[in-house]
Design a protein around this ligand. Structure first.
Ligand SMILES: [Zn+2]
Ligand SMILES: [Zn+2]
Length: 209
C-alpha cells in the first residue's frame, strides 16, 4: 500500500480518496467527527449518505476560503445544492459553476474531490476500522436501496450488451437504443404501485399509515 510520508505533518493519511482530500483541504478532526456522527456518539446520528454531504460541504467551504471568498450565511449549503442536487436545472448548475470559476474556485477540481457515500463507508469501516453495533434504520434502508439499484444497473448493462451483440450478428435489428429497468412493488391491499426508491422513501404504503 502506498504511504505518502510527509515529514511536515504527523497526521498519517490512510491513502484512500477521503484521506487524501482531508489532507489536501486540511480538514483536521474530520475522522473523529465522522466516527462520532456515524456511531451516534455525537448529538445526532448521520448515515453515510449524509456524511458524504457533510464532507463535501467542508471541501467546498475550504475551497471558497482558499479563493478568499468571504463566508456568508447558508452559502455553502446552497452552493452545494446547486452543484449536486438532481432537481437543479442544468442551466442553473452551469451558471453556478461559472460564477465559482470566475471567483477563482477551481470548480472542476473541487467537484472531482467530492466523495461518495460508498467512499465514506469504506473509509469508516476499512481505514478507521469502525463498526456499527446496530445500523440505524436509515443506514439499513440505504444499504438495501443500494443493493437493489446495483442489481438494476447490472440488469440494464447485461441487457444492453446482449441486445448489442444480437444486433451485430444481425439476429435482431434495432437503431440506437436505450435500456431502462424499472421494478415496481404493488401493494395487494390497495393496488398502489411504487418504485423501490419511492417505497423506501415513503416507508409505508399509503393504505397502511
Ligand atoms: Zn480512508
Ligand atoms: Zn396499500
Amino acid at each position: 500500500m502506498a504511504n505518502l510520508d510527509d515529514a511536515e505533518t504527523d497526521e498519517a493519511s490512510c491513502g484512500c480518496k477521503l484521506g487524501r482530500v482531508a489532507d489536501k483541504y486540511d480538514l483536521t478532526g474530520l475522522d473523529d467527527d465522522l466516527i462520532a456522527y456515524w456511531t451516534g456518539d455525537a448529538d445526532e446520528q448521520l448515515s453515510t449518505r449524509q456524511l458524504a454531504t457533510y464532507v463535501n460541504q467542508q471541501i467546498l467551504s475550504a475551497a471558497l476560503a482558499n479563493a478568499d471568498i468571504p463566508p456568508r450565511e447558508g452559502e455553502i449549503e446552497n452552493t452545494y445544492r446547486l452543484l449536486t442536487d438532481d432537481d437543479v436545472s442544468s442551466g442553473t448548475r452551469v451558471q453556478t459553476r461559472n460564477e465559482l470559476q470566475r471567483d477563482g474556485v477551481p470548480v472542476e477540481q473541487v467537484e472531482s474531490d467530492f466523495v461518495s457515500h460508498q467512499t465514506v463507508y469504506n473509509h469508516l469501516t476499512k481505514c478507521l476500522e469502525t463498526e456499527l453495533e446496530k445500523p440505524s434504520d436509515e443506514e439499513q434502508l440505504e444499504r438495501s436501496a443500494e443493493k437493489l439499484s446495483a442489481l438494476q444497473n447490472r440488469t440494464a448493462a447485461v441487457t444492453s450488451d446482449t441486445v448489442s451483440r444480437l444486433d451485430r450478428k444481425d439476429l435482431i435489428d434495432i437503431g440506437e437504443f436505450n435500456v431502462t429497468v424499472s421494478v415496481t412493488v404493488t401493494c395487494e391491499e390497495c393496488l398502489r404501485e411504487y418504485t423501490i426508491r419511492e417505497l423506501l422513501n415513503n416507508g409505508s404504503c399509503d393504505c397502511q399509515s
